[in-house]
Design a protein around this ligand. Sequence first.
Ligand code: IPD
Ligand code: CA
Ligand code: CA
Ligand code: CA
Length: 281
Amino acid sequence: KIPYVVGSKSPTAVAINSASKAGEWIKSRLGLIKEINTKCSPQDLVTDVDKGAELMIRKLILTHFPDHSILGEEGVEPGAEASERALNQAKEAEYLWIIDPIDGTTNFVQGFPFFCVSIALAYRGEVIIGVIYDPIRDEMFVAEKGKGAYVHGNPMKVSRDEKLADSVLAVGFNPDRSYALPVNMKGINALADRTLSLRAAGSAALHLAYVAAGRLGGYCEVGLNAWDIAAGALLVKESGGMVTDTTGNPYDIGVRRLVASNGRIHQELLDVLKNAEATGV
Ligand code: IPD
Ligand code: CA
Ligand code: CA
Ligand code: CA
């Protein structure tokens, strides 16, 4: 049972409203970006809209739950070490909101219509609510621990693919060129040969929502952060899928090397990544 906080609005309603408000605003700023900066590498972009959306979401959440903690991408110093530190500090909190204001910033900058808002709530380190909103298609993906996952109110189920060879998978071109991208490329090479096809649409969270909805058989990427994954991992699990790290350990909010699938193809997927030395360990 979800340990709901006493209050006039449930945390799920607050997550949905915040994602929806931020998403509408982000959509209205498409093509009207005022400022683009880089973070850890020339490929790691951030805009005034990322920052504005995060502030908007923080404010809405804190209005309802002033004593909750928040971990948001744009509130953390760039770089793997700083995010590790921030997560370690944050996960001690009883209630922790984990926010990615725009997942798919490069797409947003390009005007490539595949990005989303991702909001999760963890209770004592375990994700209990996950909401992902795609403002372009107006799709609201919602999961509550133990209560299933829904897209606009309709229950979701992962794909029925039994074999990797029958599955379309998503992968990611992580902006970390020094470590994560080379690891991902090994996986991409190996999977290109073993799957029906591959996609790299540039939003970790939406890839996960699509695995939950049965539109993709699986998704893997090395070098992600808690805010890329938290909401999507719950969506996949609540839709009957499986989420682990690249060595097969179950998902927790510290996982950065991610493998998500419909469950049926999971072991095959882990084996291919391991043989290709694409596990990042
Ligand atoms: C990125 C996207 C991208 C993935 C990167 C993420 P951002 O998040 O999810 O698809 O390849 O690893 O960092 O920076 O757009 O929120
Ligand atoms: Ca980013
Ligand atoms: Ca992200
Ligand atoms: Ca982001």
